[in-house]
Write a protein that binds this ligand. Structure first.
Ligand code: CMC
Length: 423
């Protein structure tokens, strides 16, 4: 058996053999036989846009690995900053490398005072924190003009550190502003997740020492959300980055992609759905409505996973630890019942619809006191390291500017008609 396919142009009888490499066939080879005949693939459901060595995802078997390491092991043994180093650099850090990485990130958490005083305070009082974040990340590019120097390795590394470090500061600032609370400066004595919680919740106390169980749970959620190969926001990062825009502008585009309810907004949608269901007695009726085409079961289904999302399994277990501290989220029972009903229902079984990462993460965030509007923001904080890893990889591969083709289905040429003569 040869690892190749043969395509035949039935109009001419000409054929071409194309090798199958790394699970794909090169469209450039197809073009040699069929110039001007494009692959029609809305939503890129059958297209690999790049080759990548960052994240491995086997959706049929529910497998997720960062740089070869199973997500289960990273979730159990690692921490978010170590994982961000792994994603960016390709290998786990030595102890000395980790100390330096942690020091660098910790000492780039402050934002320019103008960012806080003039930029953030310019938003309307009830602005959505994710809208603030999208704009604030884009605005960072105006503070770091060296960021345009994207082929300078030193400059690139500096922007990577700045972005990973400043995301929690911007995220917490967006929340504080939207609820009328004063900004809290980063505390460089705290670790990454604890520092973020301090900036979120600190009020009159000298120093806020967040609960270690909740801090660990948040760090775990950061690990699980750090990367997920070519998802919608990572694709946005790569597409904008392929024009050689600076990384802040590309990252703002990725944040914007994450804002939508089909992507980073899904866990917010889950909580709204569970709240509207209200009680386990209403679950059957709700599932019936979904099957009749009225809405979707939020937090279920995935473009790639046709099995239980491994991240959802880990989060479900972590939820117990959080609820021991915060008290059980009253929506948990509805979620468990909903999962049970859906996993035993032919509609969901035949379409291979399983809980995804968002089904349980919102319950934890809500129990920890985060408002629903902060959920996509909480997703953006760790995903920044994934976005940047892909951006660096793309630049290293000297990728072409993203510029897909279309199949034109509009009108044939026609002549302009003066307005008074139009019917
Ligand atoms: N509830 C009910 N039916 C569903 C759902 C759902 N959540 N998801 C898919 N389906 C059905 C859909 O109606 C279709 O049925 P039919 O073949 O009869 O028309 C079939 O399953 C295939 O759906 P699709 O829309 O073609 O699948 P997709 O790969 O384009 O969409 C998805 C993937 C994640 C957008 C979708 O499953 C969905 O809308 N889920 C709910 C939102 C959600 O939880 N999003 C978070 C994704 S995980 C976090 C992330 O990576 O960002």
């Amino acid at each position: 058996m040869t690892d190749s396919i043969t395509i035949v142009d039935n109009r001419t009888g000409e054929s071409r053999e194309i090798p199958i490499e790394n699970g794909g066939v090169a469209a450039s080879e197809w073009q040699k036989l069929l110039p001007g005949i494009w692959f029609y693939d809305p939503g890129f459901t059958s297209t690999a846009e790049c080759s990548s060595s960052i994240t491995y995802l086997d959706g049929d078997n529910g497998v997720l690995r960062y740089r070869g390491y199973p997500i289960e092991q990273l979730a159990e043994k690692s921490n978010y900053l170590e994982v961000s180093y792994l994603l960016i650099n390709g290998d786990l850090p030595t102890s000395a490398q980790f100390s330096e990485w942690e020091h660098e990130i910790t000492h780039h958490t402050f934002i320019h005072e103008n960012m806080r005083k003039r930029f953030l305070e310019g938003f309307h009082y009830d602005a959505h924190p994710m809208g603030i974040l999208v704009s604030a990340v884009a605005a960072l590019s105006t503070f770091y003009l060296d960021a345009k120097d994207i082929f300078n390795e030193e400059s690139r590394s500096k922007q990577v550190i700045r972005l990973i470090a400043k995301m929690p500061t911007l995220a917490a600032a967006a929340h504080r502003f939207s609820v009328g609370m004063p900004f809290v400066y980063p505390d460089n004595n705290l670790k990454f997740a604890a520092n973020f919680l301090s900036m979120m919740w600190k009020t009159g106390e000298f120093r806020l020492e967040p609960d270690p169980v909740l801090t660990r749970a948040l760090d775990l959620l950061f690990i699980l959300h750090a990367d997920h190969e070519q998802n919608c926001s990572t694709t946005a990062m790569r597409v904008v980055g392929s024009s050689h825009a600076d990384p802040y502008s590309a990252c703002a585009a990725a944040c914007a992609a994450l804002y939508g309810p089909r992507h980073g907004g899904a866990n917010e949608a889950v909580i709204r759905m569970l709240t509207s269901i209200g009680s386990i007695d209403n679950v059957d009726a709700f599932v019936k409505e979904v099957k009749e085409g009225h809405g979707r079961l939020q937090g279920f289904g995935h473009r790639v996973y046709k099995n239980y999302d491994p991240r959802a399994k880990i989060i479900k277990r972590a939820a117990d630890d959080v609820f021991k501290i915060t008290g059980k989220n009253p929506l948990l029972d509805v979620a468990l019942k909903l999962e049970e009903v859906a996993l035993n229902d032919e509609y969901f079984i035949s379409r291979k619809l399983y809980p995804n990462v968002d089904f349980y993460s919102g319950l934890i965030y809500q129990a920890m006191g985060f408002p629903l509007e902060m959920f996509p923001v909480l997703f953006a904080i760790p995903r920044t390291s994934g976005w940047l890893a892909h951006w660096l990889e793309m630049l290293g591969q000297d990728a072409k500017i993203a510029r897909p083709r279309q199949l034109y289905i509009g009108t044939e040429p026609r002549d302009y008609i003066a307005m008074e003569e139009r019917k």
